[in-house]
Design a binder for this molecule. Structure first.
Ligand SMILES: [Zn+2]
Length: 208
């Protein structure tokens, strides 16, 4: 899948009067423009310019901007792809920006909740973690879970989940349905260590 790159979009223009097709000689050319943009996940985000072209309705030949007389090019550039048209092509950027803001907001909110849960722990709190990086599990998927089973002074004792997934949400769903799938051994963290894991992103979220 293309993550980012340039992308073209054609928009139709008007019939061009008094211009004979260089291929068939007929005056049946319609104009169109190619809007060039920098796209991110196929959503046009930065407008890079416009090229105007003609298409002959009679012989189907396409005449590129570089082969058109300068005055015609200038005239076409003004008539096709008004500001409104161009803005319309870029509504994606607004959707995209809103999505980013929403994702950041949700990220902050879940981090805030997680901080509260670390500071006031409850037995059975489920920590969704990047288990592969925490324990150097080579063959595991990235996300797994730690379940809090005991808190004594500053020691938080966890059962380590053996079920992993590439998706954090799947891990969450899995451990909400079962009390099984844990390794026989436990692991202990201090509050300070847990807050560090949260701040480095190794703890994704905490579910209660
Ligand atoms: Zn033609």
């Amino acid at each position: 899948m293309l993550v980012y790159g340039t992308q073209y979009k054609s928009i139709p223009g008007d019939y061009v009067e008094n211009y004979s097709c260089p291929n068939c000689g007929q005056q049946q050319c319609h104009s169109y423009a190619h809007l060039k943009s920098f796209a991110f996940y196929k959503i046009p985000t930065i407008y890079l310019g416009k090229k105007v072209n003609l298409a002959c309705q009679h012989c189907q030949k396409h005449i590129e901007q570089k082969d058109l007389p300068k005055e015609l090019t200038n005239k076409l550039k003004k008539s096709i792809g008004s500001t409104f048209n161009i803005v319309k092509q870029f509504t994606g950027i607004f959707v995209f920006a809103a999505f980013i803001v929403f994702a950041l907001f949700m990220g902050e909110k879940s981090k805030e909740t997680a901080t509260q849960y670390i500071n006031a722990p409850e037995i059975n709190d489920l920590y969704i973690v990047n288990i592969r990086d925490i324990y150097n599990f080579e063959e595991s998927a990235r996300y797994g879970a730690l379940k809090l089973i005991e808190v004594e002074a500053d020691n938080y004792v966890f059962k380590i989940g053996s079920w992993t997934s590439r998706k954090a949400t799947k891990v969450e769903r899995h451990y909400k349905k079962t009390t099984q799938d844990f390794l026989p051994n436990t692991d202990t963290y201090t509050k300070e260590e847990l807050l560090t894991l949260l701040n480095t992103g190794l703890i994704r979220s905490i579910e209660r």
